[in-house]
Design a protein around this ligand. Structure first.
Ligand SMILES: NC(=O)c1ccc[n+]([C@@H]2O[C@H](COP(=O)([O-])OP(=O)(O)OC[C@H]3O[C@@H](n4cnc5c(N)ncnc54)[C@H](OP(=O)(O)O)[C@@H]3O)[C@@H](O)[C@H]2O)c1
Length: 166
């Protein structure tokens, strides 16, 4: 099973502000939807709660939420109490690829443990204020695909999609 992370990361490493995304980039959101559709998606409890209630659980995906809270419940989501438990759940379901969809804490734990095989990174060409940052990803990554997207009337910043492989 391939363990993938997917994130939009500003040039200064910012990924979040006040529990939300620091930007609205509809075509990046579409890329996220398309890439994760029909897959298991694992998120930290804070990122999951940052999805507006009408959009969660994310449709067409198996939503797995990680929390330390043994009493946590969220209709339509599977609750796990460690990242390891969440990954094992996907492995047991025999899926080919599982997606770690944030946020900062979950990404850090996964990259620090060397768990991530593939990284779908959108680099947002901006340096916004924020309070949540993407972690160091370590050595040994190779970019296997990239595509640029210009700023336009719907997108305040330009951004670049890339796929990195271990
Ligand atoms: N730019 C992007 O691509 C992107 C993607 C996703 C999120 N974000 C942003 O990131 C921010 C949220 O990130 P965050 O770092 O604050 O929080 P987070 O990683 O989403 O969630 C942290 C929470 O997840 C649970 N958790 C994490 N690791 C765990 C473990 N090993 N075992 C059990 N529970 C664990 C804990 O929940 P409990 O406290 O309940 O125990 C922890 O407080 C938001 O601003 C969001 O918009 C950005």
């Amino acid at each position: 099973m391939i363990i993938s992370a997917i994130a939009a990361v500003a040039e200064n490493g910012v990924i979040g502000k006040d529990g939300k995304l620091p930007w609205n980039l509809p075509d990046d959101m579409k890329f996220f939807q398309r890439t994760t559709l029909n897959h298991y998606v694992i998120s930290g409890r804070k990122s999951y709660e940052s999805i507006p209630p009408r959009f969660r659980p994310l449709p067409g995906r198996t939503n797995v939420v990680v929390t330390h809270d043994k009493h946590y419940d969220s209709p339509g989501a599977i609750i796990c109490h460690s990242l390891k438990e969440a990954v094992e759940l996907a492995r047991k379901a025999d899926v080919k690829e599982v997606f770690l969809i944030g946020g900062g804490q979950l990404y850090k734990e996964a990259f620090d443990a060397g768990l991530v095989d593939r990284f779908y990174r959108t680099t947002v060409h901006a340096k916004p204020d924020g309070d949540t940052f993407f972690p160091e990803i370590g050595e040994g990554w190779k970019e296997v695909w990239s595509e640029k997207h210009k700023a336009d009337e719907r997108h305040p910043y330009a951004f670049t999609f890339a796929v990195l492989q271990k």
